[in-house]
Design a protein around this ligand. Structure first.
Ligand code: G3P
Ligand code: CA
Length: 250
C-alpha cells in the first residue's frame, strides 16, 4: 500500500511549505499531496485554506493577494519558531524541486473561480513543462474540472475525484465524469466500498489516515494508497519500494 504525505510532513512541519515537503521526502513515500489555488494575479500557489489567517501572520482571502504580497507572509512561525520565515510556495517552486524526485504529485485543486479554464490550462502547462505530467494526479471536489480536463485530451494526467462520502454507484459515476481514481475521506461507511472498488481495478486512496489501526484496516481492504499527516510512522508500517530521497529528516 502506497503512502502519500498529506500537505507534506504535516505532523512535524508547517503544512504545504517547502520545509514540509522536503521533510516528507526524507521518508520513503510514494507521493505528496498538496493544495493549489490562484492568487489575484493568477499565480498558482500551494495553500489549503481560503483565508491566510490560520497558517500565516497575515489576514484575508488568499485570492485578494498578489503573488508578491503573499510572499511577504510568514507561513512557518504559527507552527514553530524555528520555521519562521517559511514562505507560501508557488507551484513552480515545488515543481522545480519535485522534478528531480521519484515522487508522485497529488495536486488537489481547491475551489476554482467560475472561469477556471485558462488558469487550469496554464497550470497544467507548467506541470508539463517540468516533465511532471506523467507523475501527477489531479484531484478535486469540483468534478466538472476533471471532465473539462478529459475533454482537453490531457491524457497524460491522472484524474481523481474527491468525495467525503461513498457513492453507491461509484464506478459508474467515475466513468461518467471520466476520472481514473477515487480519493475518499476514510469512514466506517467508506470502508464497505473499498473492496468492491479495488476489485474493479480502480485506484482508491483514503484520507486522512493517521492511526495505525485505520491504516491496517485500509491495507486489509485493498486500498491503493493512504494519504497521511504522518509519513514517518506510515512508511515504517508499510515499507515502500526503495526510492532516492534526500536527507531532511525531522
Ligand atoms: O486529498 C485529500 C484531502 O487533502 C482533502 O481534504 O481538506 O485536507 O484538503 P483537505
Ligand atoms: Ca488537500
Amino acid at each position: 500500500m502506497e503512502v502519500i504525505a498529506h500537505r507534506g510532513n504535516t505532523f512535524y512541519a508547517p503544512e504545504n511549505t517547502m520545509a514540509a515537503f522536503l521533510s516528507a521526502a526524507s521518508y520513503n513515500i510514494s507521493g505528496i499531496e498538496l493544495d493549489v489555488q490562484w492568487t489575484k494575479d493568477g499565480v498558482p500557489v500551494v495553500f489549503h485554506d481560503e483565508k491566510v489567517d490560520r497558517t500565516t501572520n497575515g489576514s484575508g482571502w488568499i485570492r485578494s493577494f498578489t503573488y508578491r504580497e503573499l510572499r511577504q507572509l510568514d507561513a512557518g512561525s504559527w507552527f514553530a519558531g524555528r520555521f519562521g520565515g517559511e514562505k507560501i510556495p508557488s507551484l513552480q517552486e515545488v515543481l522545480e524541486w519535485m522534478k528531480g524526485e521519484d515522487i508522485t504529485l497529488h495536486m488537489e485543486v481547491k475551489k476554482p473561480p467560475r472561469q477556471f479554464e485558462e488558469l487550469l490550462d496554464m497550470t497544467l502547462g507548467m506541470i508539463e513543462n517540468h516533465g511532471m505530467a506523467h507523475k501527477t494526479v489531479v484531484s478535486t471536489f469540483y468534478h466538472p474540472l476533471l471532465t473539462y480536463m478529459a475533454g482537453q485530451k490531457r491524457t497524460h494526467f491522472q484524474r481523481a475525484f474527491l468525495t467525503k462520502t461513498p457513492l453507491f454507484r461509484g464506478i459508474r459515476y467515475l466513468n461518467s465524469i471520466q476520472a481514473h481514481a477515487i480519493h475518499i475521506r476514510h469512514s466506517y461507511q467508506a470502508m464497505r466500498f473499498y473492496p468492491l472498488w479495488a476489485k474493479s481495478g480502480i485506484p482508491v486512496r483514503a484520507y486522512t489516515i493517521n492511526r495505525e489501526k485505520e491504516a491496517l484496516r485500509c491495507k486489509r481492504l485493498n486500498v491503493t494508497s493512504i494519504i497521511t499527516d504522518d509519513p514517518k510512522t506510515m512508511t515504517s508500517l508499510f515499507p515502500q519500494p526503495e526510492q532516492s530521497h534526500g536527507e531532511n529528516k525531522i
